[in-house]
Design a protein around this ligand. Sequence first.
Ligand code: NAD
Length: 259
Amino acid sequence: MSHPLFDLTGQKALVTGAGRGIGLTLAIGLARAGADVALADIDFSGVDAGRSEIEAMGRKCVLIEANVTDGDSVDRMVSEAAAGLGGLTILVNNAGTNVRKKMDELTEEDWDRVLDLNLKSLFFITRRAGEEMKKAGGGKVINMASLMGWSVFRNPRGQTYGPYASSKGGVISLTRSFAVEWAKENIQVNCICPTFIETLLTKPLTEDPEVFGAICDRTPMGRFGQMEELIGPCVFLASAASNLVTGESLIVDGGWNAG
Ligand SMILES: NC(=O)c1ccc[n+]([C@@H]2O[C@H](COP(=O)([O-])OP(=O)(O)OC[C@H]3O[C@@H](n4cnc5c(N)ncnc54)[C@H](O)[C@@H]3O)[C@@H](O)[C@H]2O)c1
């Protein structure tokens, strides 16, 4: 039997970057907990099985093609999510990317691409989604940050994922600013900071035995995380179980941060 504090029945969630990977997995997890979901992405080529799974649960599943780095697209995305679901009470800011080069090799374009998608877009999406949450009497924002927002890891290729780490550190700070300013609006804003998770984004790492081995050696649990292992943290932060938690980072890292 599920605990009522974690029940998301009647909640309306928008998940960005939900066409595949962690975003799609989290959308399925939120739906499993009872929420209707809007999936936003620039690419839905891998969404069919996940969408069918959500619809088979009897939940609404609205697909919204949107580029989260484009202001007009963001406005439309949030409006369509609220219209399609009948309001908006949960936002998962998940769309993100990485460029794996050493600091000396990065171009301005690399920097802008990562920062625009991983950090700048979250400011505009969250602000616009907050308007809908205030109409609904409150809500939950969950930002997908990263362990790399807290600590830098130098891989065997000498890379520290500089723009990525900078963007995710920014997400942690952005989370706190929204959390404090909206604390009295009954909107809780938190972030999840996962370790390396096996997805298409990290395929180049899992396919490089030296890098893969170094990450596993550095991790007390000795392995990458699986996407499904982020569902529990996400449902917690989306549910009434976390009503007194705001501005926090939930680190999900197989013991990395502990030593
Ligand atoms: N995989 C990991 O190890 C890991 C660890 C910590 C944090 N994260 C974070 O989790 C999130 C998801 O990671 P993932 O591994 O599932 O990545 P992924 O590359 O598999 O999925 C990202 C999704 O975002 C979408 N997207 C990209 N640009 C977009 C845009 N401009 N507008 C809308 N959608 C866009 C892509 O089409 C894709 O579906 C990212 O924010 C990432 O930084 C991942």
